[in-house]
Design a protein around this ligand. Structure first.
Ligand code: ADP
Ligand code: MG
Length: 699
């Protein structure tokens, strides 16, 4: 036993480079290598949270040029030690659209770590290995070649990458990655990251204002928002994947009958991970650790071939970065093993889809978590206050939250009702009726198991509601509606935005002379309709939600149409997250991504039917020449494929081009049902003669 345990321990420590955690973290390295004055100016010693930002980051001041040089040199030396030959500004353009197969990846181009050396009249050694400071902090590229919602055009295309100084650079695949924001020549954002960073500033401004107003935790110097993602995905053989044009083109199967054996009995959930997949996940876990991102959990999910991994949570920007990197590393390492990872939200109809739960919270540099029902009075009061702020944000900006998870892939998986779930509905009622803010206890509850061998359990304060898209999880909220292929930046940005709106609103009431208690009661009174503890999957909930006046934006075009409302634009402007122009641009990109994804799906469907299924049907019928009776109703079934195909082609040709919203709405309302009809016909044929159809026309 002891031997077995020690060899298990040895294997764990041998295989995974735990010590890499410190080494792989650019911020930790800077903390070790930089002169203390430079470090202090840049980044005070990290706070309680991993990588929490420092002085320049708190004030937003530029890093002085002399400091930039010292920092660039330190990073260069470290990157070379880790084997880097290139560096790259790594950023998140607004790419969406079809091909979310590998997830929403980052953009970068690799530059060598060798530069010309100027400064001497007689150049004897013109080349030097280095990372020039100006290239660490800034890069330039063509903004018109990335989706930009009309903010860039070919004749005025300049766009800049600029280092997100609160996110540590890292080395992977022999390249020093520098996580960046991406803005136009005029500083307008055309990426996912910049609005998130701006929203983190908004949390800081509104959060500190609230703390001051309610006189709690006033020693805080700054606030952070945190994210811990849970990434679901499918893994399959790369060879099988490549044989499916629909998977390759669109990330999901556009055809395919539900197999007789699928996910009945929930047998797959938490089963042992299949060997080859386990190998992949172990490799990825080690790779993530090397760049300073410890993974926390890996397990099988509900559907066959479906799995999940999640890291330890970190500041929101760093965690968003690590999620994109995770998808990139998964793709890279899977290819080496002959595997393919699918990050699409619904690769296979009829079985579970994949999400990316975004566990989110906000807190101070002094360690106060706003969503932890604290053990002392101040903590308890802060918690109820924060929930009131969030309820305000979600109630007032429900549609905005919905938009952040609206895209073609997610339409296959979302029920689309937004409502936080809090077991403390009654407590809210008591506050509204005049009760004290301190009536809610965070104590765990003891529950007996009913047998002597297994000890009692310490149950959390709140039961978990798996039907709510935004449940409370004891110290955080879990935004469950985020799609598996998505970049987390937009959903987390909007969580931050609506929370900031709530914090500013409540602070305003107190600053205006209202008591803390009354302000919380008033905010609950006006917004408690978003708090719901029942079954969000039940047939009653949509009816109840409608009664409460909650919108049901059940498709992407319906949701996206609400994005640029005056109310949203005003909030984004007040919080300095988006200008009105940037809000509009983002909407345009959302429509474009939706349209391009659907058009690609339609065209792939047509092609697969014409070049694959119809010839296979003809071949199958040949077999029954002279024995027509044995063919049964195959001919009728195969003929119906042609009918549905022709209808789809005709409808697709009539697609309007008047405006993006009309085009998107038409694709959603008129084309999607016809795609489903064609699929149904083909899937029925597969049922009639699956061997022939699977083998394709040649087989
Ligand atoms: P679940 O029980 O929901 O399956 P997991 O353990 O798989 O939970 O994932 C929970 C995620 O939430 C992890 O990434 C974890 O680090 C993160 N998390 C925990 N506390 C917080 C917090 N206060 N803020 C943000 N994320 C958190
Ligand atoms: Mg979870």
């Amino acid at each position: 036993m002891a031997d077995a345990l020690s060899s298990l321990g040895k294997a764990m420590f041998d295989d995974v480079p735990w010590e890499a955690l410190e080494m792989g973290n650019g911020m930790a390295v800077m903390a070790q290598k930089l002169p203390s004055a430079v470090l202090q100016r840049f980044n005070e010693p990290p706070g309680p949270a991993l990588n929490a930002g420092g002085r320049c980051l708190i004030t937003g001041d530029p890093t002085p040029e002399e400091d930039q040089k010292v920092i660039a040199d330190a990073i260069f030396t470290w990157a070379r030690e880790l084997g880097a030959i290139d560096f790259a500004h790594w950023f998140f353009p607004l790419r969406g659209g079809c091909g979310a197969v590998g997830g929403m990846l980052g953009a970068f181009k690799r530059d060598t770590l060798i530069d010309l050396e100027f400064g001497s009249k007689f150049v004897t050694k013109p080349m030097k290995a280095c990372l020039p400071h100006e290239r660490l902090f800034q890069g330039e590229t063509d903004g018109s070649s990335f989706p930009n919602g009309g903010l860039r055009v070919t004749h005025s295309a300049a766009a800049f990458t600029t280092w997100d100084r609160a996110s540590p650079p890292f080395v992977t695949d022999k390249c020093l990655y520098i996580p960046c924001a991406f803005v136009t020549h005029f500083g307008k954002c055309i990426d996912e990251k910049t609005p998130l960073l701006r929203s983190m500033d908004a949390v800081k401004t509104s959060g500190l204002r609230l703390l001051k107003a309610i006189n709690i935790g006033t020693d805080a110097k700054t606030m952070h928002s945190y994210l811990g993602w849970e990434q679901e995905f499918f893994v399959l053989s790369a060879a099988l994947y490549k044989a499916r044009p629909d998977l390759v083109n669109t990330g999901r199967t556009l055809f395919g009958k539900l197999p007789t054996r699928h996910q009945q009995g929930d047998l797959n959930y938490f089963q042992p991970i299949p060997g080859k997949v386990q190998e992949l996940l172990d490799i990825v876990q080690a790779e993530m650790l090397k760049v300073g991102c410890p993974m926390a959990v890996k397990h099988n999910e509900v559907a066959p071939g479906q799995h999940e991994m999640s890291p330890v949570f970190r500041t929101a920007n760093v965690s968003c970065d690590s999620n994109v990197l995770f998808m990139e590393v998964m793709n890279r390492e899977a290819a080496k093993l002959g595997l393919q990872v699918l990050f699409h939200e619904k690769p296979f109809a009829g079985i579970n889809g994949s999400g990316k739960h975004a566990n989110w919270s906000v807190g101070t540099d002094t360690g106060l978590n706003f969503f932890y029902p604290g053990k002392n009075e101040a903590g308890a009061k802060l918690y109820v206050t924060a929930i009131a702020c969030l309820a305000y944000g979600l109630a007032q900006y429900n549609e905005m939250v919905r938009c952040t998870v609206a895209h073609s892939g997610n339409d296959h998986r979302l029920g689309a009702q937004e409502s936080p779930n809090l077991g403390f509905e009654q407590f809210v009622e008591s506050i509204v009726k005049g009760g004290d803010l301190l009536g809610y206890k965070a104590e765990k509850k003891k529950q007996e198991t009913g047998c002597s061998a297994a000890m009692h359990i310490e149950a959390n304060v709140e039961d978990r509601n798996r039907t709510a898209p935004f449940p409370f999880c004891g110290n955080r909220f879990e935004f469950r509606a985020v799609g598996s292929s998505q970049n987390c930046c937009l959903p987390v940005m909007v969580c931050n935005a609506v929370m900031s709106a709530g914090m500013a609103h409540l602070a305003g009431l107190v600053e205006g002379g209202m008591s803390h208690r009354d302000a919380v009661a008033k905010v609950f009174q006006e917004n408690k309709h978003v708090i719901f503890t029942g079954n969000g999957y039940s047939a009653e909930w949509p009816v109840e939600a409608q009664k409460r006046g909650l919108p049901n934006l059940n498709t992407t075009p319906k949701a996206v149409a609400t994005w640029n409302s005056e109310k949203n634009k005003k909030l984004f402007e007040t919080l300095k997250i988006y200008t009105a122009e940037e809000t509009e641009a983002r909407q345009e990109v959302m429509y474009e991504n939706y349209i391009s994804a659907l058009c690609c799906e339609v065209e792939t469907m047509i092609q697969m039917t014409e070049t694959g299924f119809l010839p296979a049907c003809a071949k199958d019928l040949e077999k029954y020449k002279g024995v027509e009776k044995l063919a049964g109703n195959r001919k009728a079934i195969y003929d119906s494929i042609i009918d549905q195909l022709e209808k789809l082609k005709a409808a697709f040709e009539k697609k309007p081009h008047s405006s993006l919203s009309e085009e998107a709405t038409y694709l959603c309302d008129s084309i999607k049902p016809q795609m489903a009809a064609l699929r149904a016909a083909v899937d029925k044929a597969e049922g009639a003669s699956w061997r022939t159809l699977l083998a394709g026309p040649g087989g």
